[in-house]
Design a protein around this ligand. Structure first.
Ligand SMILES: C[S@@+](CC[C@H](N)C(=O)[O-])C[C@H]1O[C@@H](n2cnc3c(N)ncnc32)[C@H](O)[C@@H]1O
Length: 377
């Protein structure tokens, strides 16, 4: 169990509302988001839900394409009017996306829905009740993250790292949450975990995630993503669930309902579902290394020796990152193996394809002790 709950990238607050619904919060929570407009909406609902409902009923009555653009063009001063405006635009805009331009102006176009749910009174009242005992703050994650104390639970759900990092992503112009912010978040997560805070982070299942969170437990999970401009990209995609504590995942949980994490156990086949080293090597262009392993195994077999060996450990190199010699053969040091083992990537490490995925489920390491991988072949 945990003491207080913190969610610094609140967005739609899926986890907070789920924890409230299932009555797992018994103290006031700390909710925040870097987007102050979004936090103002929550504050208005919490403080003046009746007034928000009245204004939404008015928007509903007047709803048309022309009215949508008129509302979009005019940002009122009053907190409740601003909140109702954002909810109205969000419910009626294209794809239900909350999108702002660089000046912070809502700029999603009109969406053609036959009967948009502009005023969902019951839901708004439930949201107001859930928010009553919370602290709401429009602040950056690193400011609020510091408030968490030993025994608290903090959940970070930042804008995700792309699967492959391009110059576009790191250049800042395209996104406000770049590699630098992800590094700061990983550092903050580690310092909180070291202070005894329970930390959960979600991110894309990319090799950068594995590198940034090498000291954490990482589980590959499947989450339902509903917002994507390309219909084919909505639905289940693997993501990384990063935790500072081991999680006993249920055997294989299929998605239960929208917005809730659907965990698919990566250990479902009994023991960790580690991808066999040679299989990964062959699939990723390192067939020569796989053949070298074949050779050694055949030799050991013919000598009646055990053929079990931690090949990922071999390919990660020794403690200084130098090649290891096994059965008289020199094995190259692979970047993917080092990432998988959670050790520092050394300059000599071979990487044939910068887009290659880190081999699945890897050593889970905690800062104080380390588990060893079981041998695999
Ligand atoms: C992936 S969304 C969170 C989704 C949320 N968990 C949900 O259930 O809808 C990321 C959120 O982070 C916020 N954000 C982006 N940069 C931030 C920063 N530097 N500090 C705090 N929040 C930030 C965005 O406004 C957005 O609401």
């Amino acid at each position: 169990m945990f003491r207080r709950y913190h969610e610094p990238f609140l967005g739609g607050g899926a986890l907070f509302f789920e924890l409230t619904r299932t009555q797992r919060l018994d103290r006031p929570s700390y909710l925040s988001d870097g987007n102050r407009n979004l936090i103002d909406v929550y504050v208005a609902i919490r403080e003046q839900v009746d007034a928000v409902i009245d204004l939404l009923a008015k928007h509903k009555k007047c709803h048309s394409e022309k009215y949508f653009y008129a509302v979009r063009a005019d940002v009122p001063q009053d907190l409740v009017e601003r909140a109702a405006r954002i909810i109205y635009l969000n419910k009626t805009c294209f794809n239900g996306l909350y999108r702002e331009n660089r000046k912070g102006h809502f700029n999603a176009p009109f969406g053609r829905y036959t009967n948009p749910r502009i005023c969902d009174e019951q839901n708004l009242r439930a949201v107001a009740a859930a928010l009553k005992p919370t602290h709401l703050l429009g602040e950056q994650f690193d400011v609020v993250g510091q408030q968490a104390q030993r025994g608290d639970l903090i959940y970070f759900d930042p804008p995700y790292l792309p699967i492959s990092i391009t110059a576009d992503f790191t250049s800042y112009s395209r996104t406000k949450f770049g590699l630098e912010e992800h590094r700061r978040l990983a550092e903050l997560s580690l310092s909180l975990a070291n202070r005894g805070v329970h930390v959960i982070v979600s991110n894309s299942s990319s090799r950068w995630t594995y590198e940034l969170y090498a000291d954490f437990f990482i589980y590959e999970v499947f989450a339902n993503r509903l917002v994507n401009s390309k219909a084919g990209l909505r639905g289940k995609i693997p993501e990384a669930l990063i935790t500072s504590f081991p999680v006993d995942l249920p055997a294989a949980v299929t998605p239960r309902r929208q917005g809730v994490w659907a965990l698919v156990d990566s250990r479902e086949k009994g023991g960790f579902n580690r991808m066999l080293a040679r299989q990964w090597l062959r699939q990723n262009g390192y067939g020569d290394v796989a053949s070298l392993i074949d050779e050694v195994i055949e030799e050991w077999k013919s000598q009646g020796k055990s053929t079990r060996r931690n090949w990922w450990g071999v390919l990660a190199g020794d403690i200084n990152g130098n090649s290891r010699i096994v059965a008289g053969r020199k094995f190259p040091v692979l970047r993917a193996a080092q990432l998988r083992q959670g050790v520092d990537v050394t300059k000599n490490a071979l990487c044939k394809n910068p887009m290659e995925e880190v081999p699945s489920v890897r050593v889970t390491r905690r800062w104080s002790s380390s588990e060893t991988t079981k041998a695999e072949h």
